[in-house]
Design a protein around this ligand. Structure first.
Ligand SMILES: [Zn+2]
Length: 328
C-alpha cells in the first residue's frame, strides 16, 4: 500500500484544515461578509418541495407540506429540559421546540398514483404546501388515484379536505378500520383532550366527504408491490406502507419515529400518542428489526425528505440519513 507523506496529505486538504481550526479567521470573515448584505439576509431561501427515488419499477416522491415546532414539553417520558438538551446536542434546537417536518410520499408505477398521507394543510404550524409540491410535479389533486392515510391525526389527513370539500375527488381512500372506528366514536371524542378535538372533527368530515373510503383490516396489498404494515400503537389503527419491487423496498413508517428522541430510546413519546405502552412495544419490535435488515425508511416528521435508516452504533440506535440523491 503506498504511503502518503504528511506533507502530501496536507497539501490535498483545504487550507483552513491544516494545522488549525476548521473555522479559520478567513472563513468567519467571509461568512459574516455574506450575511451582512441586507438583501440576501432577508430574502427567503428557495425550498425544494420534492425528492425522488426509485424502488424497482416505482418512483417514490417525497413531498413537503411544511413544518411546525413542537414544544419541548410535548414528549412524555422526558422532561422538557432533557428534550431541549438532546435537541441542542443534535444542533436541531429551535426557539419553539423540536422542528417537525410534514413529509408525504407519492408512489407511481406509470399507471397509478398513490399518495401516502395528505398533510396538515395549515391546521398546524407552517403547513399547507402539499398542493404546491404536487403542482411542481405537474400534478393536480384529481390526478391522484388513491390516498392511504396512515392514521387519523390532523397532520396526516388535513389535506383531504379543502374549503369544506373533498380535495381528491377521484381517489380511493384507505384507512385502517380501527382508526376509522376510534376517531368517529362520539364517546371517545367527548373524553378526549382539547388537542385531539381537531382530529375528531376532521375524521367525521373525511368519512362524510369520501364515500369511497375503504376501511382496511390488517396487513394487505393495495396494489401489487404496495402493501399495508400494521404499526399499531401511536393510534389504534396506525399503519405503515411497504413499497417493494425488484429486490428493493422502502417502508413508510409515519409516526413510528420522531425527531431528536427516536430511535435512541423507546420510552419517550409524543403528546398525541394514544397508547404509550403499545407505542413503546411497537418501537421495541421495529427498531432492532429495521436495524438488522438495514431497511430503507420514510418517516413523516424527520428532516425532509425523511429518508433514512435505523442503525445500531455501538449498541445505541440512531437515525442515519439515507444518501438518496444521484443513486443511478
Ligand atoms: Zn404525525
Amino acid at each position: 500500500m503506498p504511503t502518503l507523506s504528511r506533507r502530501a496529505f496536507a497539501s490535498a486538504l483545504p487550507l483552513g484544515l491544516v494545522g488549525g481550526s476548521l473555522f479559520g479567521g478567513g472563513m468567519i470573515e467571509g461568512a459574516s461578509a455574506l450575511a451582512a448584505t441586507p438583501a440576501t439576509a432577508k430574502a427567503p431561501v428557495s425550498v425544494t418541495p420534492l425528492a425522488q427515488i426509485r424502488i424497482g419499477r416505482f418512483t417514490v416522491t417525497a413531498l413537503t407540506d411544511g413544518y411546525a415546532d413542537m414544544p419541548y414539553d410535548y414528549f412524555p417520558g422526558r422532561t422538557a429540559a432533557e428534550v431541549e438538551q438532546a435537541a441542542v446536542a443534535q444542533f436541531t434546537a429551535r426557539a419553539g421546540g423540536v422542528r417537525f417536518l410534514f413529509n408525504q410520499y407519492l408512489v407511481e408505477d406509470g399507471e397509478r398514483r398513490i399518495l401516502i398521507d395528505a398533510g396538515a394543510a395549515g391546521s398546524i404550524g407552517q403547513t399547507g404546501q402539499l398542493p404546491q409540491a404536487l403542482a411542481a410535479l405537474g400534478l393536480q389533486p384529481d390526478q391522484i388515484d388513491a390516498v392511504i392515510v396512515t392514521h387519523m391525526h390532523q397532520d396526516h389527513m388535513g389535506g383531504l379536505i379543502l374549503g369544506g370539500k373533498n380535495n381528491y375527488p377521484k381517489a380511493e381512500l384507505y384507512i385502517d378500520r380501527r382508526d376509522v372506528a376510534h376517531w368517529t366514536d362520539p364517546a371517545k371524542r367527548s373524553g378526549a383532550p382539547d388537542y385531539l378535538q381537531t382530529s375528531f372533527k376532521m375524521a367525521d368530515e373525511v368519512v362524510r366527504l369520501y364515500p369511497r373510503l375503504q376501511a382496511i383490516d390488517g396487513e394487505r396489498e393495495i396494489v401489487p408491490g404496495v402493501s399495508i404494515v400494521d404499526l399499531t400503537g401511536h393510534t389504534p389503527g396506525h399503519i405503515g406502507v411497504r413499497v417493494q419491487d425488484g429486490g428493493q423496498s422502502l417502508i413508510m413508517v409515519s409516526d413510528m419515529i420522531f425527531p431528536v428522541v427516536h430511535p435512541g430510546a423507546t420510552d419517550v413519546f409524543f403528546l398525541f400518542e394514544q397508547d404509550p405502552a403499545a407505542a413503546k412495544a411497537m418501537r421495541d419490535r421495529f427498531f432492532p428489526r429495521a436495524a438488522s435488515e438495514g431497511a430503507l425508511i420514510a418517516a413523516t416528521h424527520m428532516p425532509f425528505p425523511g429518508l433514512g435508516r435505523v442503525v445500531a452504533d455501538h449498541g445505541q440506535m440512531r437515525w442515519q440519513v439515507a444518501d438518496w440523491a444521484l443513486q443511478n
